[in-house]
Design a protein around this ligand. Structure first.
Ligand code: TPP
Ligand code: MG
Length: 325
């Protein structure tokens, strides 16, 4: 891989087994997205639900390139990252709804509170862009301890504008830290289009300034995302340092569910996903197998919601537990 931005544009090759596995993950994420869309519309939500509808191929493709012991710093859009890394959907929904059965025992509420160190899910910071320095820090620990782990850090096109990206990217490259930076470029930073915040068409161009490879990939094609991420993961694992993978994707819904989106007319307000990752994958898997996986994903999502809503709400008294003073 060179240090120049590469636009792969390739769909990549996938064995039948890999295509089926990616289909399974993408449809599991999609089922949760659609379920939460319905739930939030009908019952409201005590916080912000940032829907990831349409971005499932990035999350499934990239996370599937990681091993269990690899560390994950996910972004705030949807539940797909932690789901594919192996966390149970009812636990994720428990966190989303602030229930005791969530991974943080009800202290959270929203999409940024999932933690499972055994699965390498190390959580994320409350401020956008803190993932960069947390990820570089985790990768420094991996390097100092001589561990065989890679650190994947997800972020949006908006977060890429934080200064923390630049300082963490610089340090990670200088020290050849085992990091993969994964940008989900969905074209929007809340109400600001990407063109209003970037002088270049691609975030991946910035990689050259830090002497690392930058790759642009079709974020609707999970096979392509997986291939690009896997190359970056292997490079990091081999001690050759970080890479930047930019997946071009689409934010189908508002910034949060309920966002009136008056600033936008690029997409119809609905659930239709142009260049739907599931449709793209369906060309590679038998229809009957895909139908079965869709049905299994729907049942899984519904059972998870039922289980999460049965979990007790956390006692407000726990808020000071585990806090260091
Ligand atoms: C430091 C900081 N500034 C602002 C916010 C509020 N905020 C949360 S998400 C978001 C937009 C992020 O855009 P992007 O990184 O492109 O991700 P996307 O929402 O498109 O997935 C903003 C402004 C925040 N959480 N932290
Ligand atoms: Mg964005």
């Amino acid at each position: 891989m060179s240090t120049r931005t590469e636009k792969t544009g390739e769909t990549g090759t996938a064995s039948a087994e890999l295509a089926l596995d990616l289909y399974r993950q993408v449809t599991r994420i999609r089922a949760l997205e659609l379920l939460l869309h319905r739930y939030v519309k009908e019952h409201g939500f005590g916080g912000f639900w940032h829907p990831g509808l349409g971005q499932e191929a990035v999350q499934a493709g990239a996370v599937s390139a990681l091993r269990r012991e690899d560390y994950l710093f996910y972004a705030h859009r949807g539940l797909g990252y932690a789901l594919v890394k192996g966390m149970a959907p009812e636990v994720l929904l428990g966190d989303l709804f602030g229930r005791t059965g969530g991974s943080v025992g009800g202290k959270g509420g929203g999409t940024v509170h999932f933690v499972d160190p055994e699965l390498g899910v190390l959580g994320q910071g409350g401020t956008l862009g803190s993932n960069f320095v947390l990820g570089a820090g985790a990768a420094t620990s991996v390097q100092l301890l001589g561990e065989d782990r890679v650190v994947a850090v997800f972020f949006g096109d908006g977060a890429a504008s934080r200064g923390t990206f630049h300082e963490a990217a610089l340090q990670a490259s200088v020290w050849k830290l085992p990091v993969v930076w994964i940008c989900e470029n969905n074209g929007w930073h809340l109400s600001a289009p990407f063109s209003a915040q970037s002088p270049t068409e691609d975030v991946a161009d910035r990689a050259a300034g830090y002497g690392m490879p930058g790759v642009v990939v079709d974020g609707q094609d999970s096979v392509a995302v997986r291939a690009a991420t896997l190359a970056a993961v292997e490079r990091a694992r081999a001690g050759e340092g970080p890479s930047l993978v930019e997946a071009k994707t689409l934010r189908i819904r508002g910034h949060y569910e309920g966002d009136p989106q008056r600033y936008r007319d690029d997409i119809a307000d609905g659930l239709e996903v142009p260049r739907d990752p599931l449709r793209i994958l369906r060309e590679r898997v038998p229809a009957a197998a895909a139908d079965d996986l869709d049905a299994a994903a729907e049942s899984e999502a519904e059972a998870a919601l039922e289980a999460a809503l049965e979990m007790p709400k956390a006692d407000p008294g726990i808020v000071t537990e585990g806090v260091w003073t």
